[in-house]
Design a protein around this ligand. Structure first.
Ligand SMILES: [Zn+2]
Length: 235
């Protein structure tokens, strides 16, 4: 059975009257009208939605527990620096868990030894905003006590600012002697990230060694370092 060919767009369906109207209107006008309708509906729907709270993007921060495994760092009176460094790093991560604007990633969470370049590579791989290495100090003169923060001798302005913020906050949190920010040649030069190495106290200083083993004092150190990092990120 043959049917008569109809003009394109014309059928005998119930919508034929609408089609006839649309056919008389120039196509460009139809497109503009439909586009306007979609736009109005979209704006209307968006206006009805509840305002979504603005969640700041969490800054990824890498904390490095210095030494590990076969490399104990300083050993004084049976205390191994690597263990103090790890305990402090875990405390910093734990403290940051309740904060939404910062995510702490550790280079090691147990007694392992990632190489120094592996530690920096991790920080770069996770898109870290900064890198802070945690250490405890040693000196042959047991009268030397206090906190110092190191940056590489070629470190830029951001590393210096990071080191100053961490040093200031750590001294404020612990009441330890302020031995300032110091420069020397460090492996930290192998990254362009803001980096600092914190010496939280001297294991060779008997009074400080006792404090460094005290969980309450470790909490103050962790809070101080975290506060310094947050101050750095705040600007
Ligand atoms: Zn060390």
């Amino acid at each position: 059975m043959s049917t008569l060919p109809t003009e394109k767009g014309h059928t005998a369906s119930p919508s034929s009257s609408l089609s006839r109207i649309l056919h008389r209107v120039p196509k460009a006008v139809v497109v503009v009208l439909l586009f306007s309708l979609v736009l109005v509906l979209t704006v209307g729907i968006l206006a009805m939605l509840p305002e979504t709270p603005r969640v700041p993007v969490a800054a990824v921060v890498v904390i490095d527990a210095g030494h590990g495994a076969h490399d104990p760092g300083a050993i004084v009176a049976g205390v191994q620096e690597k263990d103090v460094n790890l305990s402090l790093s875990l405390r910093i991560q734990s403290k940051a868990e309740s904060l939404t604007n910062i995510q702490v990633i550790l280079t090691r969470t147990t007694d392992t030894y990632p190489s120094l370049l592996e530690r920096l590579a991790l920080a770069e791989a996770v898109g870290a905003r900064l890198y802070v290495s945690i250490h405890a100090n040693y000196y042959s003169d047991s009268r030397i006590c206090g906190v110092e923060t190191w940056i590489d001798s070629n470190a830029g302005a951001e590393s210096l600012r990071l080191a100053r913020e961490v040093q200031r906050a750590l001294v404020a949190a612990t009441g330890a002697a302020d031995r300032g920010v110091q420069r020397q040649t460090l492996y930290l030069r192998h990254t362009s990230l803001p980096t600092a190495l914190v010496e939280v106290g001297y294991l060779s200083c008997p009074v400080e060694r006792t404090k460094l083993l005290d969980p309450a004092y470790q909490e103050r150190i962790a809070a101080g370092i975290l506060a310094g990092i947050l101050s750095f990120l705040d600007r």
